[in-house]
Unconditional design. Structure first.
Lengths: 294, 294
């Protein structure tokens, strides 16, 4: 199988490593509009060749589109136009409605599988690619009934081979849940970074106090603006709703601090504590009361 | 040396482990107003004995106060009243102005060293105590000139022995910087947790999408309300300022999303990205441009 990977950053590069490690491709062709990225990816052996977009697509049995979601919308139609009739195209974008809509009437729509592997780090570029990025993580496939059985099968097998579990949603559900859980977290973190940079003028102090929880809360503020701007733009509807609720909660907490309403502060934090149970994958009935130290 | 540890949670318990591991104490006496915590701490060998507060304090050469900051203010005077004239008392609280003020006129003020080890996890209670909590981290000592030389020396030696670096500040500086860097992060995370719990009704989806960055951003929302309520109350002045700036930034970002102002969104995120350089401990002049993948 010849695999073409469009976009040789963290996501595309980590696909290249994972696919090669498991011997899933006879040849991996890379595409990147940034020449330096393409050269780096070739030099460190992520890919066997660097081709232009349409040459790569024409040669491939499987095309993995791993570019920012605005670019995915721009190129996807042209990619489907040029693939062979039996080839499969999958994307990896963090939004799904706009991307699915952009090819909904394409005569090769059945060759496309809309996916979103829930994996990433705050790093980017081909040098950020790692072999275990996907192992044990979850991938979402949208509108599976709109893909041909054999195309769906190839993509599912790929994800399973690299250690991912698969969940199915429609694009609207995907974008709503992603806004609420993933995209809001990124905004929370980006703006936390911006705030601390503005009010804390002493960089050395930020560095020294980072161990107090700041470093992990602000980690996502290191993420790539080129990747995130189009995600926020495409998912603005659900995101505005999430952001309004977040700002409201912060205002409520702010008021409780101003009034020194310790009962309210404790109550709000105790409600928030329930996130521990959910992240541990426990149902309410399995919940154990956590003993406080005081 | 007999060490009394008041409060056998994550902080006090981890002191017990660290002190025992390095043979710094002949005997460790524990105090906890929660009988179950005290029993657990004794059973798992964190401490050699459980005493009442004043019995422990009277017997000790070094008293480590590791309870929530409201309780520290309540007990500190009584602790100083009862220690022997050569004993040393240190606290570990996340706020410093109120605690230092509470004993500023005490006739044994020189026996007290005000400290804040910048270390913690989102877990609490004696079972959360770990041996490497402090190693490689930073501790802040406030108003060192108000402590006797020998008391200061004992505390500095303790921190160095368990692998901590020491920074000196006055209580006002400490509380300002802590509000801006540490306390704001906790509120950001607590309210993110609360928001997602409210708008995302599907717990399974939160669990499934947690790998998208949510888990790390919301980690601090698991923290103990009993510990954090009095911190927010005592540090409300600086914290309200930090929180207002944070809410303003979120509103600016919200407006840019609403207007689909992608230039503004990218610009805000690029500014926030500078946090990477600071957390890496690099000065502006050493900064390397990070290559984007696209």
């Amino acid at each position: 199988m010849i695999v073409a990977i469009i976009g040789l950053g963290l996501i595309g590069g980590s696909f290249a490593i994972s696919i090669r490690k498991r011997g899933l491709a006879g040849r991996i062709i890379g595409v990147d509009r940034d020449e330096k990225n393409a050269e780096t990816a070739l030099n460190i052996g992520l890919v066997d060749d660097i081709f232009d977009l349409y040459d790569a697509v024409t040669a491939a049995d499987l095309v993995i589109v791993a570019v920012p979601v605005d670019q995915t919308k721009v190129i996807l139609t042209g990619v489907l136009d040029r693939i062979s009739n039996m080839a499969t195209v999958m994307d990896t974008g963090s939004t799904k409605q706009g991307i699915c809509a952009s090819v909904s009437d394409h005569n090769k729509r059945k060759r496309f599988v809309a996916t979103h592997p829930i994996a990433g780090t705050e790093n980017f570029g081909p040098l950020a690619a790692i072999s275990n990025l996907y192992n044990g993580k979850l991938s979402i496939i949208c509108d599976r009934e709109k893909s041909a059985d054999d195309a769906l099968e190839i993509v599912q097998q790929l994800y399973k081979s690299i250690g991912m579990n698969i969940v199915y949603m429609n694009p609207e559900e995907h974008d709503l849940h992603s806004a609420y859980v993933s995209h809001l977290s990124h905004i929370s973190s980006f703006m936390l970074g911006l705030t601390v940079l503005e009010i804390e003028k002493n960089e050395k102090t930020i560095f020294e106090l980072a161990g107090s929880g700041f470093a992990s809360t602000v980690r996502l503020a290191k993420s790539s603006p080129e990747m995130w701007t189009p995600i926020f733009e495409q998912n603005s509807h659900y995101l505005l709703n999430a952001l309004d609720t977040y700002i409201d909660k912060l205002k409520i907490f702010r008021e409780a601090i101003e009034k020194k309403d310790t009962v309210k502060l404790t109550s709000l934090m105790r409600q928030a504590n329930d996130i521990r149970r959910i992240l541990d994958g426990k149902k309410l009935s399995e919940e154990k009361l956590i003993t406080n130290r005081d």
